[in-house]
Design a protein around this ligand. Structure first.
Ligand code: PLP
Length: 488
């Protein structure tokens, strides 16, 4: 069933708004600004509401169903976070308000900085970056400035394992370094011999995701860190996967110098619709002076009768600003609410349940699918979306077929080191029934792949539109709500 386009239901003269009477003197507009015809749909308020509500139902979201999109941590976003972010004192606070009148907001940011630092074992945190990738960029610029400040100018390389997220080499290149790729060994860990061979005084540092994009905790992470530190480099941890570590492992205590957090993944601020994200960075004492700003500081301790006094400052050797004002404050409110409402035991349980859920699915699917690095995983794991005996069926076909079962597909074709990768991340917010339904659907699809592969090749069958030409859809975006002829 396709919805009629809003232009098709337009009736001349129909109106969806009633404007108040004019209470200012009327003046004629310049003739060159006026048009005879404005080609807009003429519809009633009810028609507009139905149009947009129906459109919204064509979208899939975490509030509708299971969303095991690996590396994205599509957990449920508690509505309490939204209520807090919408409080007038939060939502309507002007970014140019003076510090004196914004003490509540500054206190919230200060606490969030402190808690994030505590969770990951760092000395200080800046909330400024607007996304994980921007946090990465901030981290690499800090590493750069640290070396330059010490007169160490020959460090031009950053080492990156081949299981890295695509943003890592992109960040490194944008910051002016050369990204050097390291192979993984047969267990999915960094190849230690290759690391040692690559490590010299031209290496500024290493960027590594823990657990890595295979969902695996680096077995010799301490050796990796020691090797890099041994040749004078610094360690960057991509913290997008903190949902597997929170409350259990502190990257700062492992020896990492800098890390970003994805508030919109681990800390349940919503993402996926292109809205604002937030990617704070945490650092140890080596990099504290270089943090992007502003950061919130306590100017005066509180007393029994007086609240503490907070202010903003730029760290002394700051790499500067990454974003206007304070970063995405609404996301800070949501993450603050999430951490406070969970408490320290709750934060630990999030990680435990996320890891338990991923391992439960992994074990239940290991007979139906090939899992190349099949060992105890973190919050996600990667299986191969292909079958030796039906070479025509690809990961994409399995994903499309999952949509017929009402489930959002996992991440496809990433990480690159697994053939036909399907990366599955259930998150802690799903219950056993949902996990079992998914497992059941995946097993049925594996059977269908053998009995009726066409069913997969032509899927999805139940969605508003069937299989799209994804390359064409991405390259020839049609952003107009009326169909236009596009050239081939
Ligand atoms: C999501 C992700 C990023 C990038 O974060 P954004 O907030 O999307 O910029 C980086 N690394 C890993 C491992 C990720 O999963």
């Amino acid at each position: 069933m396709t919805e009629p386009l809003i232009y098709d239901i337009s009736v001349p003269g129909r109106c969806g708004v009633s404007l108040p009477d004019v209470d200012v003197p009327e003046t004629a507009l310049p003739a060159d600004l006026l048009r005879e015809n404005l080609d807009l749909p003429e519809v009633s308020e009810l028609q507009v509401i139905r149009h947009f509500v129906n459109l919204s139902h064509l979208n899939y979201s975490i509030d509708q169903g299971f969303y095991p999109l690996g590396s994205c941590t599509m957990k449920y976003n508690p509505k309490l976070n939204e209520d807090m972010a919408r409080l007038p004192g939060m939502a309507q606070l002007h970014p140019l308000h003076d510090d004196e009148g914004a003490q509540g907001a500054l206190a919230l940011m200060y606490d969030l900085q402190t808690w994030l630092a505590e969770i990951a074992g760092f000395k200080a945190v800046s909330l400024a970056p607007a996304a994980g990738a921007q946090g990465e960029f901030a981290g690499i610029l800090m590493i750069r400035k640290y070396h330059l400040d010490r007169g160490d100018t020959k460090r031009t390389k950053i080492l990156i394992p081949n299981s890295a997220h695509g943003t890592n080499p992109a960040t490194v290149t944008m910051a002016g370094f050369t990204a050097v790729e390291l192979p993984s060994d047969e267990n999915g860990d960094v190849d230690l011999e290759a690391l040692k061979a690559a490590c010299d005084d031209t290496v500024a540092g290493m960027m590594i995701t823990v657990p890595n994009t295979l969902g695996l905790f680096e077995s010799h992470i301490i050796d990796v860190i020691d090797t890099i530190h041994g040749c004078g480099g610094l360690m960057y941890m991509d913290g997008a996967n903190m949902n597997a570590l929170m409350g259990v492992v502190k990257p700062g205590e492992l020896g990492f110098d800098v890390m970003h957090y994805n508030l919109h993944k681990t800390f349940s601020t919503p993402h996926g619709g292109g809205g604002p994200g937030s990617g704070p960075v945490g650092v140890n004492e080596k990099l504290e002076p270089y943090l992007p700003g502003p950061i919130v500081v306590k100017l005066e301790e509180g007393t029994d009768d007086e609240a503490p006094l907070y202010g903003r400052r730029m760290p002394e050797k700051s790499i500067g600003r990454l974003k206007a004002f304070q970063g995405n404050f609404g996301m800070h409110v949501r993450a603050y609410t999430y951490i406070r409402s969970n408490g320290d035991q709750g934060i630990r349980d999030i990680t435990r349940h996320a890891v338990l859920n991923a391992n439960y699915i992994r074990v239940k699917l290991q007979d139906a699918y090939h899992i190349p690095y099949n060992r105890y995983c973190g919050h996600e794991f990667v299986l191969e979306g292909r079958f030796e005996d039906v070479p025509d069926v690809h990961a994409l076909d399995i994903s499309k077929r999952l949509m017929d079962y009402g489930i959002h597909p996992p991440t496809n074709y990433f990480p690159l080191i697994v053939h036909e990768a399907l990366m599955i991340e259930p998150t802690e917010t799903e219950d056993k029934q949902t996990l079992d339904e998914f497992i059941d659907a995946m097993k049925k699809i594996a059977a269908e792949a053998h009995d009726n592969p066409d069913l997969l090749k032509t899927a999805p069958h139940t969605t508003p539109v069937s299989r799209l030409d994804e390359v064409r859809a991405a390259k020839q975006l049609v952003l107009c709500c009326r169909p236009v002829e596009v050239g081939v």
